[in-house]
Ligand binder design. Structure first.
Ligand SMILES: [Zn+2]
Length: 420
């Protein structure tokens, strides 16, 4: 069968099996997997039983018994590269069910949409990759290389039990390229993401009665001056490889369109969010302690060292302050000109009629864990509709476009690599 004929066959399967796709997504949505607490056994069972129905083998590996990670591999009939597909099974918790018009764990299919907590982030993406894997398996004899599906059970609390565990302890899932289906927008392919630096600063002074302001410096007032001084971090010059800078320039208008104006500017700067301020006990007491917690996002191209040096320089003027790093993941990026970007863009062009742009992502995904191990990784998914909000849903028509792009993009990349 020619590559063209295989492509046509894949599209016919997607067309014919759309009701099955929707049914599996609805059942996956009904299998509640909020994290915390992160018990994903029932939801993993939905994926596993669909693989069994397709006659495909899989295994589950787990550090925590209630949070299994599923791995399934197809060996192609010809030599080639190894493509890894990755999605997550766990979803955000839902503590505002009373504000929903649909049952968050009901998987309702209404007016061309599927509703449910986690349907958009990212049960729709995980199901898209599951089916891409099932369809590619039917073409295994003609397929070059290997495809490994990974569905992980801990993404929402940082990935320690999910992708991090897999990339550290199961090197068979690393592969030559990773395709992840986190939501973003189908008009964009994400090749990188910002890094995260979490800091806590504690300001301590003796403190005293609130009437005796001459007796002790105020920890909260010092903290307020410190907060203002730290704004300089967002003005730091940013180093970036020319091809990354060019891609971000070319994708700027689209980034502003999908994430509201300002997104493209924030992508290219060290952003700083003061997430927690805690100081003072009582209105008539002068505070002797104030704790600040900052979340600094580091643009692709930069490293945490640049911003740490600036923060330490600023803090030198505040001897009452002590600094603590509470979390760090460096930014990661792959080439925006990688053949996977071309494969996805062409697949989308051919099936949906528009060409997505390569941009970086403001928020973090598990793709960074593969990039950190040297594996190029890309994210392509639906619009992130109502993620972490009431009535989270996915638009079925848009989702089917993503299913086609992921399936045909994966297929095209495997063939292109084999011919290289
Ligand atoms: Zn997600």
């Amino acid at each position: 069968m020619t590559i063209e004929a295989q492509r046509a066959q894949l599209l016919r399967w997607i067309e014919a099996e759309t009701p099955d796709l929707i049914d599996v997504l609805a059942r996956f949505a009904r299998a509640a997997s909020p994290n915390p607490p992160g018990d994903t056994r029932e939801a993993t069972g939905v994926l596993a039983s669909r693989l069994e129905q397709a006659g495909q083998s899989y295994c589950t590996v787990a550090l925590l018994a209630h949070a299994p990670n599923l791995i399934a591999t197809i060996e192609g009939g010809h030599p080639g590269k190894h493509l890894v597909l990755n999605g997550h099974i766990d979803v955000f918790p839902c503590d505002d069910a009373h504000r929903w018009n649909h049952d968050p764990w009901g998987g309702a299919v209404v007016d061309g949409r599927v509703y449910g907590r986690g349907v958009s982030d990212m049960k729709n993406g995980t199901v898209a990759l599951l089916f891409a894997h099932i369809w590619l398996a039917r073409l295994a004899d003609t397929l070059p290389g290997r495809v490994t599906l990974t569905a992980v059970s801990d993404e929402e609390t940082g990935g320690t039990w999910g992708a991090q565990y897999l990339v550290d302890r199961h090197p068979e899932v690393l592969g030559d390229c990773l395709l992840n289906a986190e939501p973003g927008a189908p008009t964009t392919i994400r090749f990188g993401e910002k890094g995260i630096l979490r800091l806590a600063v504690t300001v301590r002074t003796p403190g005293c009665h609130g009437a005796y302001t001459h007796k002790s410096p105020s920890a909260t007032r010092i903290a307020a001056r410190l907060v203002a001084a730290l704004d300089a971090v967002t003005e730091l010059p940013v180093a970036m490889e020319p091809e990354v800078a060019r891609a971000l320039d070319e994708g700027a208008a689209e980034m502003d369109r999908i994430h509201l104006p300002g997104a493209a500017r924030v992508m290219r700067q060290f952003s700083l969010n003061l997430g927690v301020v805690r100081g003072g006990t009582k209105v008539n007491m002068l505070p002797g302690e104030c704790r600040l917690e900052f979340d600094v996002r580091i643009p692709p191209g930069e490293r945490s060292g640049t911003v740490m040096a600036e923060i330490e320089r600023i803090l030198a003027a505040f001897p009452e302050a002590t600094l603590e790093v509470t979390g760090l993941s460096e930014p990661t990026w792959s080439s925006p000109k990688h053949p996977m970007v071309t494969a996805l863009a062409e697949a989308c062009s051919a099936t949906c009629g528009f060409r997505p742009r390569a941009i970086a992502s403001l928020a973090a995904t598990d793709a960074r864990k593969w990039r950190a191990k040297g594996v190029p990784a890309f994210t392509y998914g639906t619009t992130a509709t109502n993620v972490a909000m009431p009535d989270e849903h996915t638009d079925i028509a848009e989702w089917l476009g993503v299913v086609k792009t992921l399936t045909l993009g994966a297929h095209a990349w495997l063939h292109a690599e084999a011919g290289r």
